[in-house]
Every structure is written in C-alpha cells, then in structure tokens.
Design a protein around this ligand. Sequence first.
Ligand SMILES: Cc1ncc(C[n+]2csc(CCOP(=O)(O)OP(=O)(O)O)c2C)c(N)n1
Ligand SMILES: [Mg+2]
Length: 320
Amino acid sequence: MNHYPFKPTPRALLERMLFIRAYEEQIADFHTKGPFPHVCTSVGQEASAVGVVAALEPQDLILTNHRSAGHLLARGADPGRVLAEVMGRSGGYCKGKSGTLHVSAKELGVILTSTIVGGELSLATGVGLSLAMQGSDAIAVCFFGDGAAAEGIFHESLNLAAVWQLPVLYVCENNHWQAFVHRNETMLGDRISPRAAGYGVEGLTVDGNDVEAVLAAAREAADKVRTTRKPFLLETYTYRLRGHMEPNDQSYVDPAELAFWGPQDPILRMKRSLLERGLATEDGLAEMAARAREAMEAAAAFASASPFPDPAELLTDVYA
Ligand SMILES: Cc1ncc(C[n+]2csc(CCOP(=O)(O)OP(=O)(O)O)c2C)c(N)n1
Ligand SMILES: [Mg+2]
C-alpha cells in the first residue's frame, strides 16, 4: 500500500478506513492474548481521521490527542512502526520512548500526541504562531475531543488564535464520550462548533461518519485557513464504538445508544455507498478488508520482533 500521499478517491477513502480499523482490531486482539499496554482506539471515528487528513497538504502539521493512531495511519504512518512504539520497541517512530500516548512522526508532520487532555489545543496555537512568524504557507491542524472543549484551555487557545489571526484548523471529534463520562453530563446542547462564533471564528459541524462529507468540509475549512491565515473550528459529529481504552469495557454505556450508532459505522456506510454507486463489488470489498488484515499481521510481526531499546539509549533524544 502506498501510504502517503494518496489520491482520495471513494475507494481509497474506504481502503484507508479499513486499514485503520484493522490496526485497531489488531490492538484489541493483542489484549485478548495477554498483558499489553492500554491503548485508546478510534473505532467508529475512522471517517473523521481519513476525511480530514486527506484534505491536507504535505507541509501541514498535525497535533493530536490520546486517540491518535487513526490520524497517524490516515497520514500514511507505517502501522508496524506505530505498533512498535505502542509496545515500547526500538523500531517505533520514537524508538520506543513515547509509547502510545506521546507518539509523533516528524517525517509525516504529525508532530505531537498529547496525553494531557486539551494540551494539544494551546500547543497548536503556538505552532500556528510559529508558522505565521515564518511566513509559511502550511497550516496547523489540531484534533481534540468534546471533553477537551469543556476545558478552559479551549477558550484561551481559540481566543488567542482568533485575535492573533493564526492559521490553525481546530478539529473537534465529538464522539459523545469523555473517558467514562457521557458528554450529556458535562455540556448542555449537542454541538461544539457554535462556540466558534463567540471568538469571531468560523465554525461548522459535519456528519463525522460520512467520510466524503468530512473530506468536503475539511477541504473547505483547510482552504479557508490557508488563504485567510485565520483559525477555523470544524466539528466531526461521530461516535466512539468501543470503550475508552483497551481492553474494551462498555458496561457503563446504554445499550440503546450503541444499538443506534452501530449501523452508523462509517465503514459500513461507505461500503453500502460504494456498492450502490457500482464502485465496488462484495468480493472486491472482502479483498480490500483481507489486504488490510494482512498488512496488520505483518505489522504485528515487525513490532513483536523489534527489540526493546538498549539501556545505553536511555538519555538520548531526550530534552533535559
Ligand atoms: C488534563 C487531563 N485531565 C484528565 C485526563 C484523563 N483523561 C484521559 S482521556 C479523557 C477524556 C477525554 O475526552 P475527549 O476530550 O472527549 O476525548 P476522547 O477520549 O473522547 O477522544 C480524560 C478525562 C487527562 N489525560 N488529562
Ligand atoms: Mg470525546
């Protein structure tokens, strides 16, 4: 698979979502087999990652949160190296020193995973300032959750980006959950994007489970940020189909909610759409999914065979 850049045809969009899903399933599979690091998966949110990232240019910089694998893989990260990082192996993107919660892939412009909820928001504003000072044509893109949007740092980051006119595309993945707390307990109203108006920033909510709708909205938003050099708040309205982290636990989730969102799975929807439009066959879709699974088996073999970092490397690549 040619990881990056890719031409976002309808089939390629589905293929990349399947690739991410297969990666997350590989993580879940590891958890059924024995001790494995906790990982926050993004099952159900693949359209948000793929649609937004497909709208970006190679020079753009991405900051993300604890649910970052989809963003990395959408950008073309090698799943073996992402997995190796999760497992603390030297073959990982950060030589096994970051783990899942801090992984970055500088060569892909994915410069930060923040495990501090909302931390990516203020850092993205800082990256936007840096791009503005350099006169760059790149934009910064910041993925964060609905929970982060309830923090004070959201206000400070958007306000400053608006006042200083910084080229940042803020992408709120509103997945209905904030760890083990339903967003109904922490916010009134359904949407995050109307908050943008309070800062004089343009905001938009898109159906985050429709990958082509996300791509179209993200293109429009990214173009605006690129040309006006002002921030934009895009909300991808989606749903987290698994628990907060692996191993999966959804005992606290209302089964009726899961039953509603299950059929809204972005991969199911895109498959149906391709079949209806005659852009794929059932056999073709099965082959596509099988290729993704094979790629993940190879990734798992690579990561498992990768050695742990040499203790002599403990203090290299570390800022003090
Ligand atoms: C500052 C801070 N507070 C609390 C946590 C613990 N925590 C990790 S993820 C999370 C929920 C985040 O929810 P949201 O921003 O909606 O992101 P999602 O997990 O849904 O992608 C919390 C509270 C943390 N990592 N950082
Ligand atoms: Mg959330």
